[in-house]
Design a protein around this ligand. Structure first.
Ligand code: UGA
Length: 520
């Protein structure tokens, strides 16, 4: 039975994964390590480096359990910010110590798309991941099971096995497993606690299967056995890329149909519901939007495209590349629609942007449609005010800055409240599907209520109730749209980039409502 694990990388994957393993497996000592002391300091403080519903509560529970287990004793084992503790979860920069002590090491290292060199724009940059594996090869004095958690190109497990053979001194045995994460930002904790499946890819050898079983044994503490699937590592690595490609493809597909609706008078909300009610299709990932974002979809599809091209499968590569192209088109199209509804010119107009994160319940802005939108509006000479409940001002400024050199001073304003952002605005654009921005539910006609709400399947609130956790959900304050509309000026346009608002209600308040996939 594995008793010591390490997670290398304390980001979105490593931190929550280590926390959940520690919470579900009291017998396992979990070390989450990172070379970045700032991230580690944040994990050891009251202000965590990332926001995820349920995370702080689970972390607190693990720490309290550690604290209670030593109440009355005087020893101090493990690093803990709040004093004495025998906590089975530590966060530190002691990468080498953690490697030495662990029997199983989860690689949770960020793998970004390469920005230079061969494969630029498509291939994943494996520098940091390989550096971590080289450190393992150098430091390890006992056998290790190395688990790929990060998204990696197919064939990486095999590459890492070769790397370990050439770089380690041969004194200890390494097994490399692929165990991709399927964590969605905003629901990471519930995705970890209630995964739809756990994939474990290994070498199809007796020692590979044994390592695979040891990892399964950890998951079995909280995941039903029939959800744990063993396979070869190539299949496991490809499954991760394939899952994200298929999810993104669904959103791109519905968005491409939304464009047809905008030109013809059909309503994408009806089309999405009609298709989603087919039991074989389901409603998940069919919510039209101004374009998908996040750190994973584009990266993983690009990786898949690169793989297909490398295999000489040009048509396959082009097929998946089109999923990203449609998304870029969707973002650009939404910007153009805003401009065209403002008589072809947004120069000197005041436009409020509600939400900057790529989706609700996260402060992550990677590939957020908000970036395309704000940069585009600034370039066209608009005055833009942005409000997001979680994204820090510095991040919004950094993301928007590309064209700011050409912008007038004060052209971009980051606001503390949605009301501040919307006051005096000619147009308000809802970009992120924050619950805060919903129109009152009672105003939604009964027969179309399902059409206007984002898919509840993805709701973290629902997952948390299912998890039976006493978790704190970020308290959101519903926007009073009457106040917003009253404070606007001129044509009072409201652009709904998420189809989450009740257009009839807003129009009754005296504004024009424009959403995705519906001709106005
Ligand atoms: C995605 C996958 O959903 C996870 O399973 C995967 O583990 C993760 O990538 C990863 O590889 O790490 P994530 O990027 O956090 O998770 O976000 P999603 O919930 O999938 O949403 C992606 C984008 O699509 C967001 O911008 C979201 O607003 C948009 N979206 C989603 C829509 O526009 N419509 C929908 O119906 C659903």
């Amino acid at each position: 039975m594995v008793r010591r694990v390490a997670c290398i990388g304390a980001g979105f994957v490593g931190g929550p994964l280590g926390t959940v393993i520690a919470s579900q497996c009291a017998h396992i000592q979990t070390a989450v390590v990172d070379i970045n002391p700032e991230i580690i300091d944040a994990w050891n403080s009251d202000t965590l480096p990332l926001y995820e519903p349920g995370l702080s509560e689970i972390l607190l529970a693990v720490r309290e359990r550690g604290h209670n287990s030593v109440r009355g004793f005087s020893f101090n084992e493990g690093h803990h910010a709040n004093g004495l503790s025998k906590c089975n979860l530590t966060f530190s920069t002691n990468v080498e110590v953690a490697i030495e002590e662990a029997e199983m090491i989860f690689l949770c290292i960020d793998t970004r798309t390469k920005t230079t060199g061969p494969g630029e724009g498509f291939a994943l940059d494996m520098t940091n991941l390989k550096a971590a594996v080289r450190t393992i090869a150098r430091v390890a004095k006992t056998d290790k099971i190395i688990v790929e958690k990060s998204t990696v190109p197919c064939g990486t497990a095999s590459t890492l096995r070769d790397l370990l053979k050439t770089e380690a001194n041969g004194a200890c045995h390494f097994e490399v497993l692929s165990n991709p994460e399927f964590l969605s930002e905003g629901t990471i904790i519930s995705d970890l606690l209630y995964p739809s499946r756990i994939l474990i890819g290994s070498e199809m050898t007796p020692s590979g299967r044994k390592a695979s079983d040891k990892l399964a044994e950890i998951y079995r503490k909280w995941v039903p056995d029939d959800l744990i699937i063993h396979m070869d590592s190539w299949s496991s690595e490809l499954s991760k890329l394939a899952a994200n490609a298929l999810l993104a493809q669904r959103v791109s597909s519905i968005n491409s149909l939304a464009s047809i609706c905008e030109e013809t008078g059909a309503d994408i909300n009806f089309v999405s519901t009609a298709c989603g009610l087919d039991r074989r299709i389901t409603r998940a990932m069919l919510q039209p939007s101004l374009g998908w974002g996040g750190g994973c979809f584009k990266k993983d599809i690009s990786c898949l495209v690169y793989l297909a091209r490398g295999l000489g499968l040009e048509q396959v590569a082009n097929y998946w590349a089109s999923v990203v192209e449609i998304n870029e088109y969707q973002k650009a199209r939404f910007l153009e629609r805003i401009i065209s509804h403002m008589h072809g010119c947004v120069g000197k107009k005041f436009i409020a942007i509600l939400g900057f994160a790529f989706k609700k319940n996260t402060s992550d802005t990677r590939n957020s449609a908000a970036i395309t939108l704000v940069r585009g509006l600034l370039a066209e000479g608009a005055f833009v005010s942005v409000y997001d409940p979680l994204v820090p001002e510095s991040q919004i400024l950094a993301d928007s800055s590309m064209r700011l050199s050409k912008a007038e001073p004060g052209q971009l304003q980051i606001c503390k409240t949605a009301y501040q952002a919307c006051t005096g605005a000619d147009a308000v654009v809802v970009v992120t599907d924050w619950d805060d921005f919903h129109t009152p539910l009672r105003a939604i006609p009964r027969d179309s209520s399902n059409l206007n709400l984002p898919p509840t399947l993805n709701s973290p609130d629902m997952h948390e109730r299912k998890a039976g956790l006493n978790v704190r959900i970020r308290i959101h304050e519903s926007l009073d749209w009457r106040t917003v509309v009253d404070s606007m000026q001129g044509p009072k346009l409201i652009f709904d980039g998420r189809n989450m608002l009740d257009g009839e209600y807003l129009q009754a308040l005296g504004c024009r409502y424009i959403c995705i996939g519906k001709r106005v």
